[in-house]
Design a protein around this ligand. Structure first.
Ligand code: FAD
Length: 193
């Protein structure tokens, strides 16, 4: 949802510009602050309380806290111990992997979650990973006026044939790099400034 909210404005603008007579009606550039504000609205500022009545109506009890397995069919959340009658489903999701680039982790880079909820548009951005989220975010932030470089490792078959260690396979090699710039710079860089 946040990714799509960031992508859609530039796509809509481009579509309108392709249509004769509609194109003439497009007189301005993207308003980045408004786009980020709309993104926040779509994701309810990451506040999920609006879903609570829906859970309640279905007889689901929500317990907020860090859960850990504490025995067979038993989960501990703080001081509470919950006993399941049939089974415990572990659905704890995933987080982005930080590639083993020396010094990268210490810089606390944005992950896919931080970039989709970013409150500002940096002048320059390097996106590591050219799959769906990487390409979408490179596209969105280019449309916001950032100078974006997208870095994708060599294809596995090329890297696998390379002599050397597993680290050579694990580290992005920057063999496939695309960069795009746009001269259309939005006037507002950050909705928070
Ligand atoms: C940037 C981004 C863009 C995406 N875009 C799309 C898209 O356009 N379309 C699409 O279909 N999918 C998209 N996805 C993927 C989609 O968000 C995931 O597939 C989906 O959220 C996975 O759901 P999940 O429930 O498995 O995990 P999550 O949504 O990660 O949920 C796991 C939950 O478990 C909680 N948790 C973790 N550990 C514990 C613990 N010990 N105790 C209690 N709770 C815990 C976490 O806090 C979290 O709330 C996107 C993902 C990202 C990151």
């Amino acid at each position: 949802m946040p990714a799509k909210a960031l992508l859609r404005p530039a796509q809509a603008l481009a579509e309108a510009r392709r249509v004769p007579r509609a194109a003439q009606a497009v007189t301005g550039e993207l308003d980045v602050a408004a786009i980020l504000a709309r993104r926040d609205e779509i994701i309810s500022d990451l506040d999920d309380s609006g879903q609570l009545s829906w859970l309640h109506s279905r007889g689901v009890t929500l317990i907020r806290g860090h859960g850990r397995l504490d025995g067979e069919r038993r989960v501990r959340v703080g001081d509470d111990v919950l006993q399941a009658r049939r089974a415990v489903v572990v659905a704890t999701g995933s987080v982005a992997a930080i590639p083993p680039v020396p010094g990268l982790a210490a810089l606390a880079p944005w992950t896919n979650r931080q970039i989709t909820t970013a409150a500002l548009v940096p002048d320059r951005l390097i996106v590591l990973g050219g799959e769906v989220v990487g390409v979408e975010m490179a596209d969105a932030f280019t449309s916001f006026g950032a100078h974006v470089m997208l870095v994708e490792p060599a294809v596995p078959s090329q890297r696998a044939g390379r002599p050397g260690s597993s680290s050579a396979r694990a580290t992005p090699r920057c063999t496939s790099v695309r960069s795009r710039t746009t001269s259309a710079r939005p006037s507002t860089r950050s909705p928070t400034s």
